[in-house]
Design a protein around this ligand. Structure first.
Ligand SMILES: *Cc1c(COP(=O)(O)O)cnc(C)c1O
Length: 349
């Protein structure tokens, strides 16, 4: 007899990027700089009242976020990272047996949160460049579909969909299906692939926009993300949250990051330049690397993915292998990126 649900055995565990002492970790799409001194000071100050529960409504943070993007605070919900909000969206929308559509390869957490909720994952293969095939995703929406995840730009392929195609997709999805626009990497998007997620969320009552402080804002270890949706959906997201999911330290850190937003967002330009160097370097070695709008590059190595990651690890760099598919490499410091390219140069499949 088992004490846990039988169907959990079939649910894969989330695989995090490995941390190896002495090795460069280019496996988790983290930024390389530690939080600003002002952010560390805000966390330390919050720690001094750590005997008290946090503000459960995260009022100051929600107000600051709503003001920043120009929306009513009722539309904003915060979570323990935006991955928690992915789980909450499925919880508010799905009963057992309902379907959730997403592209594949995409964010590994999607099939996990879907199956944990007792819902059914409907993965839709991406196009040749790892881009979402929005037409095929639309075609996969059926009578039991409650949620569609659009990861834009996509993790792990780095690609972003064309704006017009996203708009047409949102116009075509039935109004009673929630569309999650997961913009974890939005701060790294440049050029004609920039979309106005906030305007889209205001225009489409069935859209849930997800953002995170983990990537460009550099708070991956502190855990805070947020959503923008209709007030009705936001209130449901709050209802299913674990109480006090965003700690007072996380609330203080996020607020301090918003105070320093200009400085933190300016840093994304260096990442954008570095990702181009990384992509060019890998393409010079004959690799096929899709155009990336994120802080990582995708190497579609197929059966050589694991061997490549092991070769890099032996040369002091940890990258993230997706067995049989490819390798995701986060932008690091210039020296770390150079070391990665040097290792890639000596890789023989
Ligand atoms: C990193 C990431 C997130 C958010 O992660 P949190 O640390 O939980 O905020 C969400 N979606 C995608 C696609 C990501 O890569």
């Amino acid at each position: 007899m088992s004490l846990v649900r039988a169907d959990l055995a079939a649910v894969p565990a989330y695989v995090a990027g490995r941390t190896v002492p002495g090795a460069a970790k280019l496996a988790s799409n983290e930024v390389t700089d530690p939080p600003l001194p002002s952010v560390v000071a805000a966390v330390a100050a919050a720690a001094a009242t750590g005997n008290r529960y946090p503000d459960p409504a995260a009022t100051a943070l929600v107000t600051a976020l709503a003001q920043r993007v120009g929306v009513d605070p009722e539309r904003v919900a915060v979570g323990c990272g935006s991955v928690a909000l992915c789980q909450q969206v499925v919880q508010v929308a799905c009963s057992a047996g309902d379907e959730v559509v997403f592209a594949w390869q995409s964010f590994e957490a999607y099939p996990i949160v879907v199956r944990v909720a007792g819902a059914v994952p409907v993965p839709v293969p991406g196009g040749p460049d790892g881009e979402h095939d929005l037409d095929a995703m639309l075609a996969a929406v059926g009578p039991r579909t409650r949620v569609v995840f659009v990861c834009n730009p996509n993790n792990p392929t780095g690609t972003a969909v064309a704006r017009e195609r996203l708009h047409a997709f949102l116009d075509a999805v039935p109004e009673d299906v929630l569309v999650v626009l997961d913009e974890a990497y939005v701060e790294y998007v440049r050029g004609d692939r920039v979309v106005d997620g906030v305007a889209l969320a205001l225009a489409h009552p069935n859209l849930v926009l997800l953002r995170t402080f983990s990537k460009a804002y550099g708070l991956a270890g502190i855990r805070v993300g947020w959503s923008l949706s209709s007030p009705e959906v936001a209130s449901a997201l709050r209802k299913v949250s674990v109480p006090f999911a965003v700690s007072s330290l996380a609330q203080a850190a996020a607020l301090a990051c918003l105070e320093a937003a200009d400085e933190l967002l300016a840093r994304t330009d260096a990442v954008v330049a570095a990702r181009a160097r990384l992509r060019d370097g890998l393409r010079e070695l004959g690799h096929d690397v899709p155009a990336t709008q994120t802080n990582f590059v995708w190497l579609p190595l197929g059966p050589d993915a694991v061997a490549f990651a092991e070769h890099c690890a032996a040369h002091g760099t940890i990258v993230r292998a997706f067995a049989g598919d490819g390798v995701r490499i986060s932008v690091g410091t210039p020296a770390q990126d150079e070391a990665l390219l040097a290792a890639a140069r000596t890789f023989r499949p």
